[in-house]
Design a protein around this ligand. Sequence first.
Ligand SMILES: [Mg+2]
Length: 222
Amino acid sequence: MITTVAFDADDTLVDIVAGVNAGLAAVVAAVGEPSLSVAGFRADADDCWLRMADQPATLIRETALRITLDRVGRGDETPRLLDLFFEVRFANSRPFPGVLDVLAKLRSEYQLGYGTNANSEAARCGLGGLFAFELYALRGGVPKKPAAGFFEALLAAAGARPGEVVYVGDSYDHDVVGAAGAGLRTVWLNRTGAPVPGPVRPDAIVADLARLPAVIADLKAA
Ligand SMILES: [Mg+2]
């Protein structure tokens, strides 16, 4: 029996790239240094996301901004520019087209959940009030995906057993390997048609979230 469908946030339901780029563009404009660009901020951020993978997303972003701003001697402005970044980033972090329709269809049959490693709060990303539970890693001692503890916390929030929950996400390592390791069923959102990169097989693969209601109905019937 499947009672619950839970989702990753960034790059699955929420167009985080558009939000981050808008936030960084606002910072670039506010700083007004010709040598700084969105691409430069992104490069420092990519490095920080790798180095600081187990740290809170807000701290990673703050550290990355400071590194880039230090290059032009403006690091002391980090707090103000971090606030600006998040204000614009959230204002531009919206669900992908079609997401609200898919969630509305699924809600008639399943409990819906939201579980993210980062700080894309549902209410700030155009998804407020749609989920029976929301889980944010590094709050309340919940570890980040792909740790089993993340998915154990998700099951506790759902009040469900592992086989009753389908977890949907775009990251093979975090969302498929992590959730499958904790016994959940998995749907890999694979928009590019990439080959499955490891030995763990998702229960289903979709290129488009619009297929989810049919795919989950098939899993339920199997
Ligand atoms: Mg994701």
